[in-house]
Design a protein around this ligand. Structure first.
Ligand SMILES: [Zn+2]
Length: 357
């Protein structure tokens, strides 16, 4: 059975339609097929596909290209499908995160046959699960050329506000070592847990930076997130490991952030276990300035790590902007305001097509 999407429906009805096509991560084929079919019917777009990710673009030879992206998967259904409308609110799994944004992007793809800038639309799979399976990551590896542009907008839920860039994250293990002994004769050993006290003192005294990057203020943090040590109730432990998580602003590369952690814990044994780069908001770029002017509001810094970092890694500055409410994401009672979806569509149209201003 084919699931058809009618892109001439109003954006609220289209959102409901998309919400009603289940697409839990790893199970997006039906919705991906429907998105592909709807886009292929538009003669002004070139359409490519990689797995369950669909990329469509105008090829008008404009001086600038913008990327509008969103994931089509959701977290598992929690008795919250099919969708239902109550007043201005559309309830259902994925309404806020982020099928409302996907619906806006699809409406733009259909409406903008002659946008003022070339536009690439990216609909991808597997955002809500472990990052190795992320469809945008896969696209960035298989087809980086499909994602290039001067500026990208990820239509994740931001309550209609622009959230620029994102902070990076890394984890490191700080290990202190000692010598085992029976605790009845503790003086014969060296206690590695006691030796970790200075590590905690450093963390307690640490002053987090609040740097301003491209006009947005970020807020870093360096925190212990785990501590492990101990052999048995009568043994002086010979090893203690403090796991720290550093959330760093986008004026630091991942390497520079690692260097900072090495300096903070100078003299200690430091091992990095994982890390992901931050992303600059790129709001100083002219195409981003035009976006700000069209969308309005005061942009704020994104403190969590998001897929904008993947664009940043490709040299494409990116922001989050979408009609959903981030506080409702992944909740059973998830909903979205129909008025906010329509407003988001209007502003995006105004940005990309002067006739809609
Ligand atoms: Zn999301």
């Amino acid at each position: 059975m084919s699931t058809r999407l009618d892109l001439t429906q109003d954006v609220g009805a289209l959102t409901a339609r998309i919400v009603d096509v289940e697409s839990v991560s790893g199970d997006e084929k039906v919705l991906a097929d429907a998105v592909e079919e709807a886009l292929r019917a538009l003669p002004h777009l070139r359409v490519d596909r990689d797995g369950e990710a669909i990329v469509a673009r105008t090829e008008l030879g404009r001086g600038e290209r913008v990327v509008i992206a969103g994931h089509i998967d959701t977290v598992p259904i929690a008795d919250n499908l099919p969708s239902r409308v109550e007043g201005d609110l559309l309830y259902g799994c994925g309404t806020s995160d982020m099928k409302a944004g996907v619906a806006v992007a699809l409406k733009l793809a259909a409406a903008l046959s002659e946008p003022s800038r070339d536009v690439t639309y990216v609909f991808y799979d597997c955002e809500e699960i472990d990052s190795e399976r992320n469809g945008l990551l896969r696209l960035s590896r298989n087809h980086p050329d499909w994602l290039t542009g001067d500026f990208a907008v990820l239509m994740e839920p931001t309550d209609g506000e622009i959230e620029g860039g994102c902070q990076g994250t890394l984890r490191a293990e700080i290990t202190t070592r000692g010598r085992r002994a029976h605790s009845a004769r503790s003086w014969l050993g060296v206690n590695a847990v006691h030796a970790a006290a200075p590590v905690l003192e450093i963390l307690n005294a640490y002053q987090a930076r609040l740097p301003v990057v491209d006009g947005l203020e970020y807020h870093e943090g360096l925190s212990a997130v785990a501590i492990r040590g101990g052999v048995a109730g009568n043994v002086i432990p010979d090893e203690c490991v403090v796991t720290v998580n550093y959330r760093f602003a986008p004026d630091l590369s991942l390497e520079a952030a690692q260097e900072h952690v090495n300096e903070v814990f100078d003299g200690f044994e430091v091992r990095f276990t994982d890390g992901a780069s931050a992303a600059r908001p790129g709001l100083t770029h002219p195409v981003a300035a035009a976006f700000l002017a069209a969308v309005g509001g005061t942009p704020r810094a994104k403190l969590g790590w998001t897929d904008v970092s993947l664009f940043s890694g490709l040299g494409v500055p990116a922001v989050n902007y979408g009609p959903g409410d981030p506080n409702l994401a992944h909740q059973r009672g998830e909903f979205v305001s129909l008025e906010k979806i329509a407003d988001c569509e209007r502003r995006m149209l105004g940005w990309l097509d002067p006739r809609h201003r």
